[in-house]
Design a protein. Structure first.
Length: 382
């Protein structure tokens, strides 16, 4: 038994050494837009598309921050009200001048489409009518507050580096206990699954985006088949990134400096629901992939700390020491993301417990799928 424990602990350590040294430096959390005052000779026009469904409590902040952009070129905001019942459209109209904002109602949801993508597609159609000359589309969620220079910095990145998609993972709301415990880890796991440096490398096949902020070159979207090509996807942002990069487009993904979500999570239940909605989809609805993910999470996050903390039961000193080393390695890897969210460094030590919770969310996602309750969002189930 001691030899088996030593083998497993060593395997956990080797995995973490590999992740830190050879997995595209995902853990550094250093992919960010440079805040520059560089100017362009010609600032291209941009159509901003905001899909919104029952967002009256936050839409005002989002639309106001978009209308207040200091962008030197022309831009327009198209808000697609996806059959809201809470006055979302009126709240939006009160937050921006009419010459900057157009509010349209989404058509009835067609079979096979997800609600958000249908709203985005309708927004693209409306933008083409309102401003047929626009070069870029900015897709942004209804709960994002943007700094005044957000659009300028996104367009600069796209134009200067010839990128067809520039996306930012905004700072999610992180103030309550459960937000502090779970939100930074959500971003850490996303970075591990889709290392941002690999996403930004044209030679890598890794493609991802963050749905909160996605600036897309219009010609690249159209040549890739448009929103229609991904109309039934639940994880719409990564699907869009894969679509564009798969069509030889150049994409970039980073962490936002100032753009942030203004939507708080009401306890662990809200975060749990957010993750469980798509976790099993990420695993291709495969029981085998789910089982593999559970075993991998146990080996990578739980085994090392468990062996260290239970030394009094197994008395395998080498296994316990290696377990502590694995714990230290994962803590060090997690620290940059914890620092990005301005949380206490001690929080990084809790990653094993957080890993258990996220594993349970994935299991719950699979159970919801079996009960035909998967993909539930805003009163719809996909």
């Amino acid at each position: 038994m001691p030899d088996l424990l030593i083998f497993l602990a060593a395997a956990s350590c080797l995995i973490w050494f590999w992740l830190i040294l050879f997995h595209d430096n995902f853990w550094r959390a250093d992919q960010k837009l440079a805040n520059t005052m560089e100017a362009l000779c010609d600032w291209p026009s941009v159509a901003i598309v905001v899909p919104a469904r029952d967002e009256a409590d936050v839409i005002g902040q989002t639309v106001h921050s978009l209308a207040a952009q200091d962008y030197p070129g022309d831009f327009w905001i198209v808000l697609v009200d996806d059959h809201s019942n809470d006055g979302t459209a009126d709240a939006a109209r009160q937050s921006a001048p009419s010459d900057k904002l157009t509010v349209v109602e989404a058509p009835p949801l067609s079979h096979g489409w997800t609600g958000k993508l249908a709203a985005m597609a309708h927004g693209v159609e409306q933008a083409a009518e309102i401003a047929p000359e626009h070069r870029y589309l900015l897709f942004t969620d209804a709960d994002i507050e943007h700094p005044a220079n957000a659009l300028r910095q996104l367009v600069l990145k796209a134009e200067r580096d010839h990128r067809d998609l520039v996306s930012l993972m905004v700072r999610l709301h992180c103030q309550s206990f459960w937000e502090s415990l779970l939100v930074p880890a959500f971003v850490f796991f996303f970075q591990k699954l889709y290392p941002f440096p690999a996403v930004n490398n044209d030679q890598s096949k890794v493609a991802a985006a963050a749905g909160g902020v996605m600036l897309v070159r219009r010609s690249a979207l159209e040549s890739s088949g448009g929103i229609q090509a991904i109309h039934n996807r639940l994880i719409d942002d990564c699907a869009l990134a894969a679509l564009i990069k798969g069509n030889q487009g150049r994409i970039w993904l980073g962490l936002a400096n100032e753009a942030k979500s203004v939507r708080p999570y009401a306890g662990i239940a809200e975060i749990w629901k957010m993750v469980a909605r798509t976790a099993y989809t990420q695993l291709d609805h495969s029981p085998l992939k789910l089982a593999g993910a559970i075993l991998a999470m146990a080996l990578v996050y739980l085994l090392g700390p468990a062996l260290f903390l239970t030394y009094g039961f197994h008395s395998a000193a080498m296994a316990s020491s290696l377990g502590l080393l694995a714990w230290m390695l994962m803590t060090c890897a997690y620290l940059p993301t914890v620092a990005y969210y301005r949380q206490p460094a001690l929080l990084a030590v809790c990653l094993p417990v957080i890993g258990i919770l996220y594993t349970l969310m994935a299991v719950d996602s699979a159970l919801r799928h079996l009960r035909r309750q998967g993909g539930q969002w805003k009163g719809r189930s996909y």
